[in-house]
Design a protein around this ligand. Sequence first.
Ligand code: ZN
Length: 209
Amino acid sequence: MQYPSKHIEKAVEEISKLPGIGKKTALRLALYLLREEEEDTQALAEALVELRTKTQYCRDCHNFSDAPLCGVCASHRRDRSIICVVENPQDVIAIENTAQYQGLYHVLGGVISPIEGVGPADIKLDSLIQRVIISAAGENPVKEIILALSPTMEGDTTAFYITKKLGPHGTKVSSIARGIPVGGELEYTDEITLGRSIISRTTYNSNGY
Ligand SMILES: [Zn+2]
């Protein structure tokens, strides 16, 4: 593609690196930004820089946060005896949108996948076990772990690992009800179905859901 300006070319090159955006769409977006008020483009550029420089991970649950401790972990209104284990930050957003859950979270950052070479040490599994063990000595021991993982072989493997590790500590492990379509990811599940599946969770049994 020929561009009238090297600045446009550079913008198209960067924008087209985003998932699902080809060169044509990138060009359309770049030209749109040139037509818009300059301050709108400045605001977008600043938001992107701040996204990368100011977003951090919560030291307890590993969700994205603006401070060392995220809003959920820092809140006194949350039930500290329950931790909902999810794969990604998007899952936390989906569950928060149901307004049906008042406990804490733990974001694994993936699931165990031998095929993709992801082992227990590659995701935040040990820190989950540590959170539960450390809490047992404090004022707010964790009594229940709710697994909200994908109903895939990788999700099941991860659930099995957590149950094995936490079993000896007497922590109750439950799983969100399987109203969620098989293979469907949490973030695409509607809020009512997801909310209901948290309320009607069942005790996890390591032979399957
Ligand atoms: Zn947190």
